[in-house]
Design a protein around this ligand. Structure first.
Ligand code: KMH
Ligand code: ZN
Length: 274
């Protein structure tokens, strides 16, 4: 029997806005509402970005602390995974602020990537080493965000050099405009490129979301959905909440014989210390 599946909900992101989907959360109350809808539907990890009330992305430590307190009030046992990616153009120290709150996990972006138009999401080797060192010092489990195969190789190299402790955990980000495409061939290539003791989750951008998570479920991987990656429940139908996207992932998982991991089961699978 295949392992239970960990569902991550990326509820907010830094780029998507209420103009795209009015349910995208900005305020602390809205972030709490969206986290709760995802948790109640079956998410055990909340991948967290925060916004100012006007929707502009921020990595402010106090804003993260307020969002985390609100989420914990509504979803006491959920795993909260702040982003250290933030938004394109932020400085390293800005991006690292949520690590000061000692979360159980955080993202570690493993390479530089075009991000559409003139945007470049910068993650040099030295930046990745610095971010990984900060997480190691604070006992924060990194989720290695890989937007392309070369970023897996970077993570493996930094693991061998001692910067990223094992077993490694990856998020295969499929279909970014500038990264690897969201196709079955490319996802198989990514999954076959990680060590056998590594765990992985998969997200697909836009219309790649549900095909890519379905393939991950078949391959024994974990899944991520949410407004950060995709705002549609089906073609032309906006999702009313992150919970609706998680509920669809749960339906697909169950049809394929994968049961859903609780937060504590997810901690066991990922080797998290609470
Ligand atoms: N917003 C993107 C520039 C992460 O959370 O670590 C980066 C991002 C990745 O979302
Ligand atoms: Zn993110």
């Amino acid at each position: 029997m295949m392992e239970k599946v960990i569902i991550t909900a990326a509820i907010c992101g830094a780029e998507v806005s209420k103009e795209h989907n009015p349910a995208v959360p900005y305020t602390i109350e809205e972030i709490g509402r969206e986290a709760e809808s995802a948790y109640k539907a079956g998410a055990s990890i909340i991948h967290l970005h925060v916004r100012n009330d006007d929707g502009t992305p921020t990595q402010d430590k106090d804003r993260f602390a307020a969002a985390i307190a609100e989420i914990k009030k509504r979803c006491p046992d959920v795993i909260i995974q702040p982003s250290t990616g933030g938004a394109v153009g932020m400085t390293d120290s800005e991006r690292l602020q949520p690590t000061e709150l000692n979360p159980e996990m955080a993202t570690l972006d493993c390479g530089t990537c075009n991000f559409g138009g003139d945007d470049i999401f910068v993650n040099t080797e030295n930046m990745i080493k610095n971010f990984a060192t900060r997480m190691k010092e604070r006992g924060i489990k990194p989720e290695c965000e890989v937007f392309d195969k070369g970023m897996i190789d970077m993570a493996l190299r930094l693991h061998r050099k001692g910067f990223i402790p094992g077993p490694l955990h990856f998020n295969m980000v499929m279909g970014v405009n500038g990264g690897i495409s969201g196709t079955p061939r490319d996802l198989l290539f990514m999954v076959e490129s990680i060590p056998s003791d590594a765990t992985f989750t998969v997200c697909g951008i836009g219309r790649a979301e549900f095909p890519m998570i379905t393939m991950s479920l078949l391959l024994g991987g974990h899944v991520r959905v949410g407004f950060e990656d995709n705002i549609y429940l089906a073609k032309g139908v906006l999702a009313k909440s992150n919970g609706e996207l998680v509920a669809k992932a749960v339906r697909i998982a169950r049809e394929l014989g994968r049961e859903i991991a609780t937060p504590d089961e997810a901690r066991n699978i990922l080797g998290l210390k609470r």
